[in-house]
Design a protein around this ligand. Structure first.
Ligand code: ZN
Length: 405
């Protein structure tokens, strides 16, 4: 039977030469049945047992060889040389990796919090390495070593990788950007990053809980103020948009009628940012014809006109809005003066370095909004005042503060 060795360019298990292998197990563990060439003892077990037997090492689950004394020194030497080579090989492999290589194709941003399983890609890679490796007797680092020495090493390694990008800042410049994030416990964070032509680099993060509280207090005060009343109709309008959207989509009858007139569906926009309300409204405007036909369809009368159930009352309310020219005019106006804001948000919400452009874009956006509102109100652009415009300007400026945090 051929003697199985791990072929690394040298015989790293020379002691197998001193036993006769009788039987190999099918599994991977290297277990086999063997007989000592000197004392004829038969043993089942891996290389460490053969070593334990021949070199008379205690606590290996095998009795020491009684007949090996003449050749003991020679066997010991063979073993020591092989182990020394093995150590040198492992060390150079380790140096080649330059500390710890990061798992490919993983992204910490995608680490999901799941109950019962550790999903961290680094941890999984680590376990995989251990399972596939030949690190016999490997002792994992202690908690303290992990969070001090090894963490510092890894940090130094990452810093080293980022250094070329940092160096480029001096020559080409960088923009400092802020972004609002949440940590795993949903605590608000403000991340500070340096964006440059190379790629954005994380600089620092700080806890924003306190700032958020202050902004919330400020906004609470603001909602009682005059400009808020000027904007009340917008709030009503977006609520109505939501209600129409929800009603048409969530009742079998209305959905069925609507589908007859429109290939497009209404949207289920996640309530994330300012933009989602506008997206919803513009989608509604896009299918205006289909919506009008839907409520004028004879089948709509199956929601009883004089019905008293909540659904029937709602159906009437939805119809009243959708057949009202005044309501659609309001929607058009809303979409018109929010368009510059949407364009602004789209342009600003990218990874590229646009910060130096943002201030210009902001001024342009404000001017465009002002133009739409003054046109609509028929007010003189330079001479007259529009309380509604003042209110809108206030709202978007506060909104900008809130979006930053
Ligand atoms: Zn023996």
């Amino acid at each position: 039977m051929p003697r199985p060795t791990k072929n690394h360019g040298f015989d790293d298990t020379p002691l197998w030469n001193h036993v006769d292998v009788l039987h190999m197990s099918a599994g991977r563990g290297g277990n086999r049945k063997w007989r000592c060439k000197y004392c004829n003892k038969e043993v089942s077990g891996s290389y460490s047992k053969a070593k334990g037997h021949l070199l008379k090492i205690p606590n290996q689950g095998v009795l020491p060889c009684t007949m090996v004394d003449d050749i003991y020194r020679e066997i010991k030497k063979e073993n020591d040389e092989a182990e020394q080579k093995k150590r040198a090989r492992n060390l150079s492999a380790k140096q080649k990796q330059d500390y710890i290589s990061l798992p490919e194709g993983s992204d910490l941003a995608h680490t999901k919090k799941r109950k019962g399983g550790i999903e961290n890609p680094y941890y999984r890679k680590f376990c995989q390495r251990l399972a596939n490796g030949s690190l016999y007797g490997y002792i994992p680092p202690t908690y303290d070593r992990l969070r001090t020495t090894l963490l510092l090493q890894l940090k130094a390694h990452v810093e080293k990788l980022l250094q070329p990008i940092r160096d480029s800042w001096v020559k080409k410049g960088a923009s400092i950007c802020l972004d609002g994030w949440q940590d795993l416990k949903s605590k608000p964070l403000i991340n500070i990053m340096a964006a440059s032509a190379s790629s954005p680099v994380f600089l620092k993060a700080f806890d924003a809980s306190e700032i958020i509280t202050k902004v919330a207090e400020y906004l609470a005060g603001f909602e009682k103020a005059d400009h808020y009343k000027e904007c009340q109709w917008i709030l009503d309008l977006v609520n109505q948009v939501d209600e129409i959207n929800y009603f048409v989509q969530n009742h079998g009858l209305s959905k069925q009628i609507f589908d007859r007139y429109s290939d497009l569906r209404l949207l289920k926009v996640a309530e994330t940012r300012f933009g989602s309300k506008i997206v919803m409204a513009s989608r509604l405007r896009f299918v205006k014809d289909a919506l009008e036909k839907t409520v004028m369809d004879p089948d709509w009368k199956k929601f009883k006109v004089n019905g008293r159930t909540p659904v029937e009352l709602k159906a009437r309310e939805v119809k009243v809005l959708l057949v009202s020219d005044g309501w659609w005019d309001k929607l058009d106006y809303f979409l018109e003066f929010t368009l510059p804001m949407i364009n602004f948000l789209k342009a600003a919400d990218t990874d590229s370095c646009v910060l130096h452009l943002v201030y210009d874009m902001w001024d342009t956006m404000i001017e465009q909004v002002k133009k739409v509102i003054f046109n609509h109100e028929g007010a003189g652009f330079l001479t007259e005042q529009s309380p509604f415009y003042d209110a809108i300007q206030n709202v978007i400026e506060i909104r900008a503060v809130r979006d930053c945090v």
